[in-house]
Each structure stands twice: as structure tokens, then as C-alpha cells.
Design a protein around this ligand. Structure first.
Ligand SMILES: C[S@@+](CC[C@H](N)C(=O)[O-])C[C@H]1O[C@@H](n2cnc3c(N)ncnc32)[C@H](O)[C@@H]1O
Length: 392
């Protein structure tokens, strides 16, 4: 079928409508006329791939990765767009999610941009963490979009040079479900395996504890702990959170979903000896308490944010950096009770941010400032750093 493609939608698709039918089309750009092939038909809509471009958008480029395209590797969504166009697509998704789901005033989001992170290689060679699936013959690869089938790539164009040089993709991983590589600071390279993609990682080679440095603070974390995958992400998010929150001497602050304690260390330095910072994180591999040991005014609690926050009392400032699923109503209600003067929400999923924003509004918190960053070039993903403040 030949269709004219409309606006981008969340999930790395653009929407095409034909005779009342809705098609979510991958590998297309708004305004393009393309031939599509249905990949998955649902009751009220269908997913499709653009397999031939009849009228191309001026934003279209030849994908730098030979493994990107219809039916190929499912890792990247926007290799066929210029990096500037990718960021415009993401900004549109952010605007739509926040206005439609989050109930945010469109006037506040007028001209919202997704900013590029500083990186010499532009949109390529940035990814410091890679996880490959392994097939029954022990061969690693990346999955096709929404499929269990593997594409056995030579190397991933968005992974760092050091990950490319690691012999992970040429080796055999018999009996494994996944193999991962971590490219940390100080040339540390750790490799781990998993029996299934969601199973506990087993250390294979390299250091078990790796190091990451941001603004003169070094964090020591387990090879399997969370760390931002783009090298410029952690320093940019920390600087942005501090800019938005503007912490004052003597204030109290919480770093929720703290990971290694990135925001907690920044806040601890900012609020000084008379201030107090509490970090909450549930993964021991993050080593949050150890990373905060040098800060006398900061401490860590290991456990579930939803279980811990209701008992913490009140606070001046909060950084909220939950996983993709968002913080959820229970945590938002607890924040409403703690009455901080400002909440900085760091979000890797605009839909989850929008849902939590709508709950925050019920608690009397409005979105007042927002910045967004292209922390995952070539993919549909991006990061938003949003400030919420109490309103009457
Ligand atoms: C998006 S990461 C943010 C980490 C950190 N703020 C950073 O920027 O490096 C989310 C973190 O929340 C942790 N986490 C996930 N669910 C949690 C929960 N229910 N309670 C506490 N921590 C949780 C994860 O282990 C992960 O370290």
C-alpha cells in the first residue's frame, strides 16, 4: 500500500491514516510518500515498515549503519533522519505526551527543544553499555524490531570504539541468553553473561567494580549497576538539575532512585555542612553509601523508594530519577506530603513523566521549567529534566 506519512508518534513511528485505518509506520518521516508493508495487525490499527520511499523528506539521509532498516536490527529507530531532525521528532513526542497525557499547558511547552549532548562523534560511537542477545548456537546479535530473531551484526555503530574492539561479537557464548559489555572510565572494560536477558548478570572478565567520574567526583559501582550510557549524559543532567533546583546553603534534599549517588553528591556540595542529603536506591551494586562516604552531610538508604519515602518526613528539594516505568502515584503522594519547595524530575520516558506530572498536579505541583536532551541519538529515546514547584 502507498501512504502519505503524518506526524511522529511515541515509539519511533510516524502515523499514516488511510480510509479510517491507522498505521504506525517505522523507517518513514513526516510528509513522506512511502510504500508500506504491514508487520503486525491489531484490532484497531496496524504496525508497518516503509519499504520504499517515493517522495523523501528533506530530513532523510542514508543510515550510517548498514544494519538499520526495515526487517533489520531493531536497536535504532531514526538512523534515516539527520540528527537535527531526530531531535525535532523527539521534541514533538515530548510536547504531545506532556500536553495530552500530562495535562501541561501547551503555552509552557511552546518551542520546546531536545538539545544535543556535546560529543565529538555526533550521533555515533557514544553507547558505553551494550547487551547482545545470544542464539541457540551461542552467537551474539541484536534483535529485529519486536522479534526474538537475531541480526548478527559486525559491530554496533552507536557503541563506543572500545566496545567495538572488544571480542564479544566474534566469540561464541554457548548456553547463554545474553552477553553484555561495560565501557567505564579509566579504560575499564567489563564483560558479563546472563542465562536469560532478564536473569542475574554473571561477571566474565575485566573489573567487577568500575569507575565513572563526573565533576571531580569518582563513583565506584558494580559492573552491573546503572550508569547513564551516553558519556556526556551524567555531567549534563547533574549540571541541569542543580541549575533548576538552585539549592541553598542549609537546605535538605533527597536523591530518589539515586543509583551511584550522582545527584546526591552534587546536592551535598551545594547545601554545605548545615544541609543534609538522603539518597534512596535499591540496587546494592550501585554502592550508593560508599560513594557518599566522603560527604559528611549525606547518607544513603538501601531499599524501595515507595516504602521508604513516606517515613522520611519533610524536605526542601527532591531529585526524582525513576526507571522507565516512572515513580507512580504512591511515591508522588508521599512527595506531596513532604512538601518540597522544588522537585527535579529526570525522566527517560516522556509517557511516564506525563503520567506522574498529572499526579503531581493533584498534589499541588506544577511544571515550571523543562529541558530535554538527546542522550540516545539514532533511537527514539531522550531524557527530560523537569522542574515542578508548588502552586496554590
Ligand atoms: C534511571 S536510574 C537513575 C540512577 C541515578 N539517578 C543516575 O543518574 O545515575 C534508576 C535507578 O533506580 C533504581 N531503582 C529502580 N527501582 C527502584 C525502587 N523501587 N526503589 C529504589 N531504587 C530503585 C535502579 O537500580 C537505578 O539505579
Amino acid at each position: 500500500m502507498i501512504v502519505t506519512v503524518g506526524d511522529v508518534a511515541a515509539g519511533g513511528h510516524c502515523v499514516a491514516r488511510v480510509d479510517g485505518e491507522v498505521y504506525f509506520v517505522r523507517h518513514a518521516l513526516p510528509g513522506e510518500r512511502v510504500r508500506i508493508e504491514i508487520t503486525d495487525r491489531k484490532k484497531r490499527f496496524a504496525f508497518a515498515d516503509a519499504v520504499e520511499v517515493l517522495e523523501a523528506s528533506p530530513d532523510r539521509v542514508e543510515p550510517p549503519c548498514p544494519w538499520a532498516g526495515p526487517g533489520k536490527c531493531g536497536g535504532c529507530d531514526f538512523q534515516h533522519a539527520t540528527p537535527e531532525a531526530q531531535r525535532r521528532l523527539k521534541a514533538k513526542v515530548l510536547y504531545d505526551q506532556l500536553t495530552r497525557i500530562g495535562g501541561i499547558d501547551p503555552a509552557l511547552l511552546e518551542g520546546v527543544e531536545v538539545e544535543a549532548l556535546p560529543w565529538d562523534d555526533g550521533a555515533l560511537a557514544w553507547r558505553t553499555r551494550m547487551q547482545y542477545a545470544v542464539d541457540e548456537a551461542g552467537r551474539p546479535g541484536l534483535r529485529r524490531h519486536k522479534s526474538h530473531d537475531l541480526v548478527h551484526i559486525d559491530w554496533c555503530r552507536i557503541a563506543t570504539e572500545r566496545i567495538r574492539e572488544a571480542d564479544v561479537l566474534t566469540a561464541r557464548w554457548d548456553g547463554m541468553g545474553a552477553v553484555g559489555v561495560v565501557d567505564a572510565d579509566d579504560d575499564e572494560l567489563a564483560v558479563y553473561t546472563q542465562l536469560r536477558r532478564t536473569a542475574r548478570p554473571h561477571h566474565k572478565s575485566g573489573p567487577k567494580l568500575v569507575h565513572q567520574t563526573v565533576a571531580d567526583t569518582q563513583y565506584e559501582i558494580g559492573f552491573d549497576a546503572f550508569w547513564q550510557v551516553h558519556p556526556a549524559a551524567a555531567p549534563t543532567f547533574l549540571a541541569t538539575a542543580l541549575e533548576l533546583l538552585a539549592p541553598r546553603e542549609g537546605e535538605s534534599a533527597w536523591d530518589l532512585y539515586a543509583g551511584a549517588g550522582l545527584f546526591a553528591t552534587g546536592l551535598a556540595a551545594a547545601v554545605g555542612d548545615t544541609g543534609r542529603v538522603v539518597a534512596v536506591e535499591n540496587a546494592p551494586a550501585s554502592r550508593t553509601a560508599a560513594n557518599l562516604a566522603a560527604f559528611k552531610n549525606a547518607g544513603a538508604i538501601e531499599g524501595d523508594v515507595a516504602a521508604i519515602v513516606p517515613d522520611l518526613g519533610s524536605v526542601d528539594l527532591v531529585v526524582l530519577d525513576p526507571p522507565r516505568s516512572g515513580a507512580g502515584a504512591e511515591v508522588v503522594v508521599a512527595l506531596g506530603e513532604a512538601r518540597p519547595r522544588a522537585i527535579c524530575y529526570v525522566a527517560c520516558d516522556a509517557g511516564a513523566l506525563a503520567r506522574d506530572a498529572s499526579d503531581l498536579a493533584i498534589e499541588g505541583y506544577a511544571l515550571t521549567r523543562l529541558r530535554a536532551f538527546d542522550a540516545f541519538p539514532m533511537t527514539q529515546h531522550f531524557e527530560t529534566v523537569a522542574l515542578f514547584e508548588p502552586v496554590d
